[in-house]
Design a protein around this ligand. Structure first.
Ligand code: KG4
Ligand code: ZN
Length: 349
């Protein structure tokens, strides 16, 4: 391939509550990235309502696609292929993106690639670091996932650890909801914790024997129990429970326990694999305290750390187009029988 030749991939992402489309060249350069979030509509329910999310995707995807192509300043003829998230995620939401991608592939006669959502999150780093190439170790932390993955090549992944229950983003969202702080909880807790002290109460740091797997449900339950104790005490004292709690200290305490857990497991994975290139990915990688703790630790342990840009931490389509470029280089295209999958194994996607 001519080094100067630009291969433009149109990416589509609709696995949860973000409807996104983007045009990326050679897996590295973003020409456009358009994201519509329906988070506002889910706020009153304290979490994503799948039916509302998929209906909104149907409504806004044509507009988002049109914007992405217009903003990229390239014509549809220049698009080499279409990449779409095929899973894991909310199946109704995924189907909207997959159906749109199949339709465009058919009408425009373009090859089609189904992308694993987590492979996309990992690829968000290719957009920021032109020099970044596998192999490396990746910690992917989001609303639904907590994985440590050995990225052997652009399309070969080995899972070193995963959560056996909750994901860290889920814990941020659930606790923020119980504190009546809103949705999504991660960014709210992040801001609040900056003013707090992180030693309000002790939390478990679970470890499994012979495994680096995560478990966050114990930590979540212990935090919620603490909050319930405060709420019960408020009833006895006939006071609003909000008067008995320092939200900032509360947020800083459980946030710091999550970060400590992620750091310890990741350091062990680095020792286990001998990989000292570490790539963070996913919505929770936007957390400011987590980024600074990982930076400090990386300096101490001489680890080469890659942090995705904030705009590419949470769901977006530029990361799907970036991974789509490597699929285009290395894999055969999908047929129009491509489906959406609520669950999808990263190692065999
Ligand atoms: O990657 P993402 O957009 O969606 C999934 O694939 O799950 O991640 C969304 C999650 C939500 O749980 C949200 O609360 C969390 O990422 N999040 C954060 C921050 N920004 C988003 N968590 C902690 N700190 C943040 N600054
Ligand atoms: Zn995601």
């Amino acid at each position: 391939m001519n080094n100067l030749q630009k291969i433009y991939i149109l990416g589509i992402e609709s696995s949860c509550d973000e409807t996104a489309a983007a045009v990326v060249a050679n897996g590295r350069t973003v020409f456009s990235s358009v994201i519509f979030s329906s988070a506002e509509l889910h706020k009153i329910y304290g979490g994503v309502v799948p039916e509302i999310a998929s209906r909104k995707h149907v409504e806004v995807l044509p507009y988002v696609l049109d914007q992405a192509i217009t903003k990229s300043d390239i014509t549809r003829d220049q698009i080499a292929a279409i990449a779409v998230t095929k899973g894991p995620g909310l199946v109704g939401s995924l189907l909207v993106g997959v159906s749109a991608a199949k339709t465009l592939a058919l009408i425009w006669q373009k090859p089609l690639y189904g992308i694993h959502h987590l492979a996309g999150h990992i690829a968000s780093n290719y957009l920021t670091y032109p020099e970044l190439e596998p192999p490396f170790l990746s910690l992917i932390i989001s609303g639904a996932h907590s994985h440590i993955v050995l990225v052997k090549s652009y399309s070969k992944f080995e899972i070193i650890a995963r959560t056996r229950d909750d994901a860290p983003g889920e814990v941020f969202d659930k606790i923020a909801r119980e504190l009546n702080l809103g949705y999504p909880g991660g960014p709210i807790i992040d801001t609040l914790a900056k003013q707090g002290k992180n030693d309000l109460f002790d939390l478990p740091q679970p470890r499994f024997e012979n495994s680096l797997d995560f478990s966050f449900s114990g930590l979540k339950t212990a935090t919620l129990n603490k909050l319930n104790q405060i709420k019960q005490k408020a009833v006895l004292l006939n006071q609003p429970w909000q008067d008995l709690i320092n939200n900032a200290d509360f947020a800083a305490t459980f946030q710091s326990a999550i970060i400590k857990n992620l750091l310890n497991h990741t350091l062990d994975a680095i020792t286990l694999t001998g990989q000292n290139k570490l790539v963070l990915a996913g919505g929770v990688a936007a957390n400011s305290e987590l980024r600074s703790q990982f930076q400090k630790t990386a300096e101490q342990h001489k680890i080469k750390l890659y942090l995705p840009e904030l705009q590419y931490c949470t769901d977006n389509a530029a990361m799907i187009a970036a991974q789509g470029y490597y699929a285009y280089q290395e894999q055969s295209p999908e047929t129009l029988a491509l489906n959406a999958y609520a669950m999808l194994d990263l190692e065999n996607a």
